[in-house]
Design a protein around this ligand. Structure first.
Ligand code: NAD
Length: 246
């Protein structure tokens, strides 16, 4: 592991543009369950049934049972050493942008400023009918939360079947096309189209550092350095290795 950490640190130190692509796995140590691992929210609420825009439009009251539980979990979560370590790398000028699939705001809370939210952010709600926006915290005592026009509000997260916000998609594509290094952290990289980013970066000859608990389809295809384990431990060790070799 020591040797692999040094290889990863070298890649980061020699890169002019370093990105990270993060997923649910980076927030597991903050208490937010990911989709694929056993246990927690997603054993009771099948994402295919609850996280699609079709399901929301058809029965928003039912989907809000899941959203309320998810909001309770996300609202209590605090950044873990992985989020904080990435914030530190940014301040050191070694990590330039994070493209995250997460909607939990924990990168910003962990000290990162340059965060592209590919799937939106759960801290605001919008009315699909009149367009009015609310802070999620203002509506925590309503189930389901309603707009002043009485329609049920939707969190500003991208449900399966919804379009990705254009600016997040375009910016991520541009950055991936010119990056020298990409850290892939805590994602199974199966959700499309965000999972095209590692391949786009690789085409630009970026070096890919993957940090995941388990192997993914990236590990034996595009990954150059695979650091297997929990993101908190590994990112903390990586920050130290970058500082040592800086
Ligand atoms: P995923 O659940 O498909 O994959 C998680 C990956 O993280 C797996 O490879 C797993 O081995 C790894 N992992 C688990 N715990 C880890 C840890 N402690 N350290 C390092 N790696 C760990 O997640 P995904 O690829 O992000 O896809 C899920 C989708 O659902 C995403 O689109 C995301 O937007 C959404 N989601 C977000 C949150 C959140 O905001 N925190 C939570 C659940 C789901």
């Amino acid at each position: 592991m020591e040797k692999l950490l040094e290889q990863a640190a070298d890649i980061i130190i020699n890169s002019k543009l370093t990105l990270a692509l993060t997923g649910a796995g980076i927030s597991v140590e903050s208490g937010i369950p990911d989709f694929r691992s056993a246990g927690g929210l997603w054993d009771r609420f099948d994402p295919a049934e609850y996280a699609t825009i079709t399901a929301f439009r058809a029965n928003p009251e039912k989907v809000w049972e899941m959203l309320r539980e998810m909001d309770d979990v996300v609202n209590q979560a605090r950044p873990n050493p992985a989020h904080i370590g990435m914030g530190e790398l940014e301040k050191m000028g070694r990590l330039h942008y994070i493209i995250t699939q997460n909607i939990d705001n924990l990168h910003q809370a962990g000290g990162s400023a340059n965060v592209i939210e590919y799937h939106g952010n759960a801290s605001t709600l919008s009315c699909l009918w009149c367009g009015k926006k609310y802070k999620t915290e203002e509506k925590r005592n309503e189930l389901p939360p309603r707009c002043e026009c009485q329609k049920i509000l939707k969190p500003d997260v991208v449900f399966f079947g919804e379009a990705i916000p254009g600016d997040a998609m375009n910016r991520s594509f541009e950055l991936a096309s010119s990056a020298n290094a990409l850290m892939v952290v805590g994602t199974s990289a199966v959700v499309s189209p965000v999972n095209t980013i590692p391949g786009i970066a690789k085409q630009n000859r970026a070096k890919i550092i993957e940090i995941n608990k388990e192997h993914t389809h990236l590990t034996d295809s595009v990954t150059d350095v695979f650091l297997q384990g929990s993101a908190g431990n590994i990112i903390s060790a990586l920050v130290e290795a970058v500082k040592k070799n800086n």
